[in-house]
Design a binder for this molecule. Structure first.
Ligand code: SF4
Length: 199
């Protein structure tokens, strides 16, 4: 009695050996460094970029090197981030931190709302951004006015406050740091102005 299913399967296996295994493909003349080393699985893989319907540019958020990035999106959702080859700084590369930007953008644990914990409170409250900006401005002004020192007891003119401090991020550029220094030192009298890039 014939066993067609089993015989077909044996035939398939023989054909598959000829098509999928590296050695017979090399004997058929395929190069062992590309075609013969490629499995049917890797042949079926497609780059994520192929699905993108738009691409934008950005700057890596992690450090002061400021590597340029290309951000690919599909249907308004980011699907891939990679280095921009046009950048003279990173020339298309990203370090492991920068290469993880996609995870930073899309992580479900990423906080994308203003959270506020009131004095003495034990719970975080979600607040509008405008409310938070107004509150920061109000507290900054009040603290500065309450703590401003015009002259030291010996008469030295200082025009400063020691009750406020600023810690900037490493991705702040020259212009932003200039504006921070002008506003915080010249405008408010703050003396403690630091930046993560120097810590
Ligand atoms: S990719 Fe790396 S080196 Fe470049 S800005 Fe980001 S963290 Fe810095």
């Amino acid at each position: 009695m014939r066993k067609p299913t089993r015989r077909r399967s044996l035939l398939d296996r023989i054909k598959s050996f000829g098509k999928e295994w590296s050695l017979p493909r090399q004997l058929q003349g395929q190069s062992h460094v590309d075609k013969a080393a490629e499995s049917s699985m890797s042949r079926s893989l497609r780059p994520r970029l192929e699905e993108a319907d738009s691409v934008g540019t950005s700057i890596c958020p992690y450090c002061a090197v400021g590597c340029s990035q290309l951000v690919y999106a599909k249907d308004g959702k980011v699907i891939h981030v990679e280095g921009d080859p046009r950048s003279p700084i990173n020339q298309g590369t990203l370090c492991p931190k920068g290469a993880a930007t996609f995870g930073l953008l899309t992580s479900p644990r990423r906080i994308d709302k203003v959270l506020y914990r009131r004095p003495g409170g034990t719970e975080w409250e979600v607040k509008p951004l405008d409310w938070a900006m107004d509150r920061i401005a109000f507290l900054t002004k009040r603290t500065r006015d309450e703590s401003f020192v015009r002259r030291l007891p010996d008469g030295t003119l200082v025009n400063h406050t020691l009750a406020l401090a600023s810690l900037g991020g490493a991705t702040l550029d020259n212009e932003e740091n200039y504006a921070i220094k002008k506003l915080f030192s010249g405008g408010l009298g703050m003396v403690w102005i630091e930046n993560q890039a120097r810590v």
